[in-house]
Design a protein around this ligand. Sequence first.
Ligand code: NAD
Length: 355
Amino acid sequence: ADGMRRILVTGGAGFIGSNFVRWWCGQNPGQVVVLDALVYSGNRASLAELGAEQLRFVQGDICDRALVSKLLEAAAIDTIIHFAAESHVDRSILGPAAFVQTNMVGTFTLLEAFRDRWQTQGKPADYRFLHVSTDEVYGSLGPDDPAFTETTPYAPNSPYSASKAGSDHLVRAYFHTYGLPTLITNCSNNYGPYQFPEKLIPLMCVNILLGRSLPVYGDGQNLRDWLHVSDHCGAIATVLNQAQPGEVYNIGGNNQVKNIDIVHQLCDLMDDRAGELPVFPARQLITFVTDRPGHDRRYAMDIHKIQRDLGWSPQFDFSTGLKQTVEWYLTHRDWWQPLLSEEYQTFYQKLYGPG
Ligand code: NAD
């Protein structure tokens, strides 16, 4: 029955969502419905290679209850994979309102519409609402603290992580209160193709190619766990197909890397293509900037639960994945160049100043 799911993917024109839809269509027959508002980070071009047999694309807001309900019914949806979100910590510091609206009110709206449909259909046991969340809900770790587990108390520190934490709690409550068959995944930092250039890895790739300075926050020693987006897609499908409703799974790469080490690796990979670089060697562009307020020092994920219960483990080797990602940004200027809009430049200058 799993191969025949009728899925709605929210945020399917974003970074992880578009990778997931492409990946899903490669594995499963049938049409995926995508609902995406195409805010600044959503890009229809990220799904360009999928035709009408595989994809029905609807531009709209997850906070629009009438639209969501209509869509669930018209497409006979039994499964929601919920990616849509405001996703950038720095933007949440500059303007938190959109984060509360989309991440909390939007998730609530989807839950209500899905609960209504599930009840109307007689509470089918195979319906699923899979909520995609982040390791940032758990807060920040000291150098010697053990990694986050699924039972680590929530301690979000940014408006972004607080709004994701709020949405996680709503999803949890809909399972415990109404019995709605929900699942939650909390994943570490993703990297790979189609990521909007505001995030660390594509920001550095694009800036190296433009000869722009490479802003590194604080001392650059912040530690993140990095997972290739393809591994994340596989983990989500594994949880969807195998996990019991109400479960929560951490997803990660067992791969903690300091920000500054990533920047160095990216510079060195780009230096292999010296002929295409305005500034060589690229490390000359590194500029340390005033730290992000409330900047979490370290995240690390304990992924024993998903390994033990569902047999999933990350497959991508980080240096290979990073090399492929650099190659992707080198060969897809036509994808990222149009994203450097006036809105983007204004946001960029607010954060890092001119340069
Ligand atoms: P993204 O910013 O690239 O994509 C978000 C998508 O949601 C965009 O296509 C955008 O247009 C859409 N969207 C925003 N507001 C909307 C609204 N009101 N209605 C409908 N669509 C809307 O984000 P991403 O990096 O792909 O992250 C996807 C999800 O995964 C998010 O929920 C995020 O919290 C979570 N996550 C991301 C990471 C990561 O490293 N990127 C890690 C863990 C979890």
